[in-house]
Design a protein around this ligand. Structure first.
Ligand code: BEZ
Length: 233
């Protein structure tokens, strides 16, 4: 058993860092991460353990919505510190036996990484000893098409993730990249976005006048405009 001193100390990746590289065995064969997915967005997410109820609801939800993420040029990749045979048996059980909230016969087609050595989980800061030494927390890494980590969300073992929020955050980042805008609190696609102040700002009135009333300004530093999202990728 590892003592505290022997435990590998790895700096946790942060937003703006290059996504740490690794090779791993998955339910869809071997992968070289993130290189295999260059040019795509990736959501890398960990779950605490196979054959547990919250994780089962999460996998069923993610798998049933995989197409929505694929259309956004986003590859899903799961991970837990279980072995490959456990993963395969659990995913087969989900497909053959579990019917939940109208979802049934759900086949998980995205790769699920086996990580019994915890090498990948440690590299990505998914093992958080205050929560569990033996299981990965529910981590979500958003990685952009250039392999840069753009957002990280952590949830405790007890709390299932909200997949509408994961999709919303992905679209918000893609829209920010494409249109050089930012998105306000609780923004949803189709709603007004925030226009960053240009070099010389002017008053709210001046900024509104410059755009023929397309923008609405609440003050000199805070203007919004409508935005129709098109072909984000
Ligand atoms: C679950 O997925 O149900 C779960 C996993 C680990 C701890 C608690 C709940």
């Amino acid at each position: 058993m590892e003592t505290m001193l022997e435990q590998k100390v790895v700096a946790m990746p942060r937003i703006g860092d290059k996504a740490p590289e690794f090779k791993a065995v998955t339910t869809q064969g071997e992968i070289h991460f993130p290189i295999d997915y260059k040019g795509k967005w990736i959501i890398l997410f960990s779950h605490p353990a196979d054959f547990t109820p919250v994780c089962t609801t999460e996998f069923m939800t993610f798998a049933s919505r995989e197409e929505e993420f694929r259309k956004l040029n986003c590859q899903l990749v799961g991970l837990s510190v279980d072995g490959l045979f456990s993963h395969i048996a659990w995913l087969r059980t989900i497909k053959d036996k579990i019917e939940y909230k109208g979802m049934k016969n759900i086949e998980v087609k995205f790769p699920l990484i086996e990580d019994i050595t915890m090498d990948v989980a440690r590299k990505y800061g998914m093992i958080q000893p205050g929560e569990s030494n033996t299981k990965a927390v529910r981590a979500v890494f958003f990685i952009d098409p250039k392999g840069i980590i753009r957002a990280i969300i952590y949830y405790p073992l007890s709390t299932g993730r909200n997949f509408d929020e994961l999709k919303r955050a992905l679209i918000a980042m893609q829209a920010a990249d494409k249109y050089s805008i930012a998105t306000p609190a609780d923004w949803k696609p189709g709603e007004d976005v925030i226009v960053p102040p240009a070099g010389s700002c002017g008053t709210a009135k001046e900024r509104m006048e410059q755009t023929n009333g397309e923008m609405k300004c609440y003050d000199w530093f805070f203007c919004t405009k409508p935005l129709v999202l098109q072909d984000l990728n």
